[in-house]
Design a protein around this ligand. Structure first.
Ligand code: DAK
Length: 258
């Protein structure tokens, strides 16, 4: 069974979660496929990645409740580790990952969106953490990421009530970064990914690395890491060529990632 479609367009790859008969709920097989798909994209040399859900109803309606219902504590822990590893590999993926969110992003689905670097949602998107209404808690690192995104008090409000919020409120809370009209989601996600993919790929990767490596690190350490990554961009073909073009020393050339 294939739950993930991979499409590649130039330097942009898109992973579409397609289990629409179950609102794109994340079962174990789907998580495994998602992880394998990330490996494929990694080998393909994409400069930006979009993750989205098939259909207009859901990005992903969370972990698969039917599968989880029968878990023993040991199986639940295994599932949690599996999901955690997938979310972390998205968070640390070498190039920026854009979540294109239409419809429900609930529970594990919202956790998946939170592990992406940029969240773009359409007006019909809805977010929430209903785990508490099912007798569990978010299990894929979502509480940590939610707290970073919207602060501990609002994270408590969402996770302890299980309330759903709509896209406009999610934007106000900074749970998402951009909002667009329903029919324009993929067009906007593609355009955003293209803007990223047009830039110097080594520099974009360095920015992502610094941003992720520095989360939670004391300021002095982050400044050093940034300086070191800045230094690493120098002497590359892209840096010399782009700065040379600005100074009219050479023609403007496409970035080559060297
Ligand atoms: N899991 C399994 N099936 C799901 C599902 C889900 N999360 N969400 C929807 N479906 C299925 C429905 O059962 C239904 O299947 P059929 O009856 O057609 O066979 C089909 O998708 C269509 O759903 P509805 O008929 O309910 O559609 P509606 O438009 O009426 O409602 C809805 C859409 C998204 C509002 C509703 O389906 C819904 O409330 N879904 C559940 C959302 C939810 O509670 N998500 C949170 C799941 S809990 C952990 C690791 C991870 C997690 C926790 C702990 N550790 C191990 C520590 C994560 C937990 C979660 O994500």
């Amino acid at each position: 069974m294939s739950y993930i479609h991979i499409t590649e367009r130039g330097y942009v790859a898109t992973l579409t979660i397609d289990r629409r008969e179950a609102m794109n709920a994340l079962n174990s097989d789907l998580l495994t496929e998602l992880s394998e798909s990330l490996d494929k994209v990694r080998c393909g040399g994409a400069r930006a990645l979009i993750i989205t859900g098939a259909g207009e109803k859901a990005f992903a309606a969370g972990a698969d409740i039917a599968e989880m219902r029968e878990f023993s504590p040991a199986q639940a822990e295994e599932y949690s580790k599996h999901g955690n590893a997938v979310m972390r590999s998205i968070e640390l993926f070498e190039v920026p990952v854009i979540a294109a969110i239409g419809g429900y992003a609930l529970g594990g689905g919202c956790e998946l969106a939170l592990s992406c670097d940029i969240r773009l949602a359409s007006e019909n998107a809805a977010f929430g953490f209903p785990e508490v209404t099912l007798g569990v808690i978010p299990g894929f690192g979502g509480l940590q990421r939610l707290t970073r995104a919207i602060g501990v008090n609002r994270a408590a409000l969402l996770a302890c009530t299980g309330d759903r919020i709509h896209a406009k409120r999610a934007l106000e809370l900074r749970l998402i970064d951009e909002l667009c009209a329903q029919g324009e989601l993929m067009e906007r996600a593609d355009a955003l990914a293209d803007r990223i993919a047009r830039n110097a790929p080594l520099a974009v990767r360095a920015i992502k690395r610094v941003l992720r490596d520095c989360e939670g690190t004391p300021y002095a350490g982050t400044i050093c890491a940034e300086a070191s990554a800045f230094g690493g961009c120098f002497g590359t073909e892209d840096q010399l060529s782009a700065m040379g073009a600005f100074l009219k020393l050479n023609e403007k050339r496409p970035f080559v990632g060297r």
